[in-house]
Design a protein around this ligand. Structure first.
Ligand code: NAD
Length: 478
């Protein structure tokens, strides 16, 4: 392990994301030696906190991660707090001076990682001030930005142009934490090393693809945010589309960022645009009601949710592509809250012609993205090792047995390495927003009949009918 050097500036350092994801991930990097002596973290937020108090919140955030008090305390000594209002220029000067001081103290090579763990409406403002107050250094300067990246094509363009005044595309790391998940990261390698399987990923042999990201929880305490989003923006435009990219892309020339993005870019450019009529035929939306016992609240009864809200908590749809490889193959996608279980999976359903390649007719191959443990590839519902069909297996040299690294940890290593391989590029985003905007606009024109599925069920009936009319069924029906 090579030690990395940088000063991190975390905007929103007192927030939920920082404490739940970033600090635990950074601590694990500290334990493994990726972060050691040459790093410092400046947490910023509005409240006037002392360094000591901030450090105690950092240590508290590690409660479930470790019980090595000494290491946690040593780690927290790298953390410094700066109270900050995102619109106040003087505060950026203070931040710049503190970063320079810590750079000297920890010898971090003038490198800066600016992390936006803050409300999306501030992303542009912060980036512009980093420019106008001259925070960038002669080391590297990397901007990490969380979702949501805009809420439509137009707003994503506005956001992007406010960022690119300060940061070039190669300095922007757009987070999609599904791209940090073990199985999603392994997919390319698995495809490239199982030649028969890769050959079978073609319209000649694939009946349909299914991508499901289901959650069993409701909106919990995030109703306010959810009212501005809905599943289409929160899950389909980003995570589901990126998974489609990983499973549908052609073989990259090399396993590096440029080659992967080149073939992924082609997938998003090949998405077949929908007409408003096709939105009605191919996309289904839903919103959860109470559960059967009446104990779980309906979405419209949740805190900070409008009693007549038309925000969708469930989407199922059929995505198709215009290139030859995927000609006529439906990619069924589905995501929802308050479903029977949390499950993230890709089901590849082969047709009967696949026998030509020595694969049993109508075989289904499932990649389990979550839960992380247990069997990760299933063949007809059975762990691939027991399934007795050798066309699909984990590459010998894969890290299959060492897969507990958390998504944020793995993505943080990429950021420190300057590797954009698992981040979303701007041209990909433009195409996915354009695709999703058509659906949003059509839905905004019509009032849905919500709620239309009971909590803890598989979603509205229309989601099953969507496949039935093509002669297909969902592989995962809980
Ligand atoms: P949060 O509300 O818990 O934290 C927001 C932070 O911003 C706090 O530290 C707050 O003090 C600071 N802040 C607010 N107004 C400020 C101002 N005017 N000046 C300076 N600082 C200010 O939010 P969060 O849940 O941590 O989310 C942060 C970002 O991460 C958002 O963009 C969100 O969409 C994204 N995100 C969060 C999660 C999650 O699980 N929490 C998941 C995915 C993406």
């Amino acid at each position: 392990t090579t030690e990395k050097s940088a000063v991190f500036i975390i905007f929103g350092g007192s927030g939920d994301l920082a404490h739940r994801k970033l600090y635990p991930a950074m601590y694990n990097l500290y334990k493994s030696g990726v972060l050691k002596d040459h790093f410092a973290v400046i947490g910023t937020a509005r409240r006037p906190w002392s360094d000591d108090y901030y450090r105690s919140t950092v240590v508290d955030s590690l409660e479930d991660v470790d019980d090595d008090e000494k290491a946690m305390t040593e780690f927290s000594k790298h953390f410094f707090y700066q109270s900050h209002d995102v619109t106040d220029s003087d505060h950026y000067i203070a931040l710049k001076n503190l970063a320079a001081k810590l750079d000297d103290q920890f010898d971090t090579g003038h490198n800066r990682i600016y992390y936006m763990a803050i409300a999306p409406r501030f992303f542009g403002t912060v980036a512009e001030h980093i420019n106008s107050e001259g925070l960038k250094t002669d080391g590297y300067n990397r901007l990490v930005i969380e979702k949501p990246f805009g809420r439509s094509f137009d707003s994503a363009c506005d956001l992007n142009s406010s960022l690119t005044k300060t940061f070039s595309e190669s300095e922007i790391y757009r987070m999609d934490h599904y791209l940090g998940k073990f199985m999603v990261q392994q997919l390319t390698d698995i495809r490239m090393k199982n030649k028969t399987f890769e050959k079978a990923l073609d319209h000649k042999y694939v009946s349909n693809m299914q991508i499901t990201l289901s959650e069993s929880l409701g909106v919990e305490d995030r109703g306010g945010y959810y009212e501005t989003a809905g599943v289409l923006r929160d899950m389909i435009q980003n995570h589901i589309m990126q998974i489609i990219g990983a499973v549908a892309m052609d073989e990259p020339a090399k396993l590096d960022s440029d080659s992967i993005h080149e073939v992924k870019r082609a997938v998003f450019a090949n998405l077949k645009d929908l007409t408003p009529e096709e939105v009605d035929q191919n996309f289904v939306r839903g919103q959860y009601g109470e559960d059967a016992t009446g104990k779980l609240k309906a979405y419209r009864e949740e805190d900070n949710v409008d009693a007549n809200s038309n925000i969708e908590t469930f989407v199922a749809g059929k995505v198709t592509m215009s290139n030859e490889r995927w000609d006529g193959v439906p990619f069924y996608v589905r995501s929802g809250k308050r479903m029977p279980a949390k499950s993230s999976r890709i089901d590849v359903v082969f047709n009967d012609k696949v026998e030509e390649l020595g694969i049993k007719p109508n075989t289904t191959v499932t990649f389990l993205i979550e839960p992380e443990n247990g069997s990760s590839i299933l063949v007809n519902g059975i762990d691939y090792q027991s399934a007795n069909q050798d066309f699909i297996k984990f590459p010998e040299d894969s890290h299959y047995f060492d897969n507990e690294r958390e998504a944020y940890e793995s993505l943080m290593i990429d950021i420190l390495d300057g590797d954009q391989i698992h981040f979303t590029l701007w041209d990909e985003l433009q195409n996915t927003w354009k695709y999703v905007d058509v659906i949003r606009q059509q839905w905004d024109n019509e009032t849905p009949d919500f709620p239309n599925y009971m909590s803890k069920t598989i979603g509205p009936d229309a989601a099953s009918e969507l496949l039935e009319k093509d002669g297909n069924t969902w592989v995962w029906d809980a």
